[in-house]
Design a binder for this molecule. Structure first.
Ligand code: KG4
Ligand code: ZN
Length: 360
């Protein structure tokens, strides 16, 4: 690459509307701004993300969020060299909102357009934050996804296994809902678990007895539901301690499953420059600490981006766009929005639907 680039990234695939400005050149990248607005309040009454409400909110907010990102970066639209946007996978109305805005900007400004795979955004984040060199092993763990990937290059992903039903973030959200804790469930369950006893309830560690790196979380979710129902039947409700113990037990089960499967995934690999984790659930401190121990045990560096760059954001989209641009990729006005878009097309799609009904 000969010149430096300023990239505008847009993200609208689920319930966060985000825009970011990234400056990239041969020697490194710098996030000039990263603005994320959550729609949690809009969906709170429905117990989950309502696609139509999400799409409308993205369409209404994107202009404003872009202006904010430019303002924070201290640059004008005319100084943007490349427009990068999440083109899938995700809730199609939301993805379309972002794609249409990006096309309008690219056309109006006469700048190149890059459609980014949201999962690639998460998977490349350790390069944005820590400059991690290819190849590395990535555990991508979020509200809609859970998979192990060997990341060989910006568009070269090899999947080792993933969830066959729910994604862990989806399970965290469900557990919070059944225990009456606020959404998003991950941070609420993590906070509640601080005061809990993780061994009080005997909760399952699904699929640990099965070879390989596939995962399952729906049975664990049901086990917590049963434990809650048992307490309600016996005592008429839950005490604060019951709630904390259930959260701690659930979080420990997720941790145990993810660490053991990570150990196995690492054992299958050679020549890695690191083990990285990304996606919203990677913001969990208990999980980060346990995964770091697995990396140390496996003799590879561990990379966990800051929690704000683990959850959905547009800086990761701008960065993935930057790498794609450098690799010569360009999209045209005929670019489409993908509701599903697996990173590794050489393997059968995973069965797991995830919160966003994505099979990746
Ligand atoms: O990556 P992300 O922002 O969106 C998706 O692409 O899905 O992940 C959101 C998910 C939610 O399910 C949320 O509950 C979970 O990540 N999450 C956490 C934590 N922070 C967010 N899960 C566990 N512990 C956390 N601290
Ligand atoms: Zn995500």
């Amino acid at each position: 690459m000969t010149k430096s680039l300023t990239i505008l990234g847009l993200e609208s695939s689920c319930d966060d509307t985000a825009a970011a400005v990234l400056h990239g050149h041969d020697t490194g990248v710098r996030i000039l701004s990263s603005v994320v607005t959550s729609q949690t309040d809009l969906h709170a009454a429905y117990g989950g993300v309502v696609p139509e409400i999400a799409a409308r909110a993205h369409a209404e907010r994107l202009d404003f969020i872009i202006e904010l990102a430019l303002e924070e970066a201290g640059i004008s639209l005319a100084e943007i060299n490349v427009i990068a946007v999440t083109a899938g996978p995700g809730l199609i109305g939301g993805v379309l909102s972002g794609v249409m805005v990006a096309k309008g900007l690219a056309l109006g400004l006469g700048k190149p357009l890059i459609g980014v795979n949201h999962l690639a955004g998460h998977a490349l984040t350790p390069r944005l934050t820590d400059g991690l060199a290819y190849p590395y092993l990535m555990l991508l763990v979020s509200g809609g996804h859970c998979q192990f990937l060997r990341v060989n290059g910006p568009g070269a992903f090899l999947r080792h296994g993933g969830t066959i039903d729910d994604a862990p973030g989806e399970a965290f959200d469900k557990i919070a809902r059944i225990l009456g804790l606020p959404q998003p469930g991950g941070p609420s369950v993590e906070a509640e678990a601080l005061a809990g006893n993780q061994v009080r309830f005997a909760l399952p560690r699904p699929l640990l007895d099965r070879e390989g790196c596939d995962l399952s979380f729906s049975g664990l979710k049901t086990a917590v539901l049963r434990a809650r129902d048992g307490l309600v039947a016996a005592h008429g409700g839950l005490t604060r301690q019951d709630r904390a113990d259930l959260c701690a037990g659930f979080q420990a089960a997720i941790r145990d499953v993810l660490t053991e499967k990570s150990r196995r995934a690492l054992k299958r690999e050679t020549g890695l420059n690191g083990f990285a984790v990304a996606g919203g659930v990677a913001a969990n401190q208990i999980l980060r600490a346990a995964l770091e121990a697995v990396a140390v045990e496996g003799g590879v560096p561990f990379v966990a981006p800051s929690p704000a760059l683990c959850t959905d954001n547009a800086a990761m989209i701008a960065y993935a766009g930057f790498e794609a641009y450098r690799a010569g990729h360009r999209d045209g006005m005929d670019m489409i929005a993908h509701p599903r878009w697996p990173l590794d097309t050489s393997h059968q799609p995973l069965l797991g639907a995830g919160r966003k009904t994505i099979r990746a």
